[in-house]
Design a protein around this ligand. Structure first.
Ligand SMILES: [Zn+2]
Length: 296
């Protein structure tokens, strides 16, 4: 077995079938996301697979920014959010109330929640958002529908979570590939091969071993791996902006007895503290908040 990092993304091609793919596995980054809250196991499993998917979908797009996946108001889950940046930084969280019996209670909620995939492009400042109704389906099926509707790209997605890891494997049929088989069954053939992968294989095998085991007759070409890691994009400047948007009345209401306002980032637990002088600057919209020290 070759050496491989704990958190990585691998792009690959199945040249004979005219298919491109991405394989992602998360361990350290996933554990950092998971340990921030006492998630019920059903929800942790869903969050892990969503986090793996957010990294997976950055594999085939060229952009400078972040891709996020969000589901709101799914039964007892108020919010499920996962994000991966083009720099390989991942973060995610879920908010929930009460008990969660099984995944059907979330994804089968009525009225059907929407799954949103958002790409924020830092360079151009442009934002693209695609929506797919959650309609009582497996998470991977929702993502396949999303790609088929929004990009007209036949797509297969496999996601797995367990044993402190999560993983994703995606295949997309290349439009008009020169290398594609004339064999119209190529897409179905690789789809069946993909479906034969077990969760334990996605979560544990070295990428080369996994892809060879699944697709050894399909001329696999594996590209260099990209490292992934936990990371948050919060900053004192953004928190100041958030306080500013709340307005003075709400900001003043949050001042504690010691005269400070403290805001804790839900993703990374960084504490941002503002004293009265800071707050005055925030509500005047003056001062460079980013220059002030950040306390962890
Ligand atoms: Zn943060």
């Amino acid at each position: 077995m070759s050496e491989f990092a704990n958190d990585f993304l691998h792009r690959f091609e199945l040249e004979r079938a005219g298919v491109r793919g991405v394989f992602v596995r998360l361990s350290d980054s996933w554990n950092q996301v998971r340990e921030r809250a006492d998630y019920p196991s059903v929800l942790a499993d869903l969050l892990g697979r969503t986090l793996a998917a957010s990294a997976l979908f950055t594999g085939n797009i060229k952009f400078d920014g972040a891709l996020s996946i969000q589901i709101k108001n799914a039964g007892p889950v108020g919010l499920l959010f996962a994000e991966c940046g083009s720099d390989g930084r991942l973060r995610g969280l879920a908010r929930w109330t009460g008990d969660i019996a099984d995944e059907a209670a979330l994804l089968g909620a009525t009225p059907a929640p929407l799954l949103a995939i958002t790409i924020d492009n830092r360079d151009s400042g442009q934002r693209y958002q695609g929506l797919v109704p959650v309609e009582d389906a497996q998470l991977s099926t929702l993502f396949e529908r999303y790609f088929e509707r929004s990009e007209q790209l036949p797509t297969r997605v496999l996601l797995a979570c367990g044993d402190g890891r999560c993983a994703g494997l995606m295949l997309q049929r290349l439009p008009g590939s020169v290398h594609a088989d004339d064999d119209a069954d190529a897409w179905n053939r690789v789809g069946h091969l993909l479906a034969s992968a077990r969760d334990t294989e996605l979560l544990a095998l070295a990428p080369e071993t996994l892809l060879y085991r699944l697709f050894h007759e399909e001329s696999v070409r594996l590209h260099a791996s990209k490292p992934l890691r936990f990371g948050c994009s919060c900053s004192r400047e953004r928190v100041a902006g958030m306080l500013h948007s709340l307005g003075r009345a709400e900001g003043e209401a949050a001042v504690r007895e010691d005269g400070m306002v403290e805001v804790t980032c839900e993703f990374c637990n960084t504490h941002y503290r503002f004293d009265r002088v800071d707050l005055e600057q925030v509500f005047r919209g003056a001062g460079d908040m980013a220059a002030a020290p950040i306390r962890h």
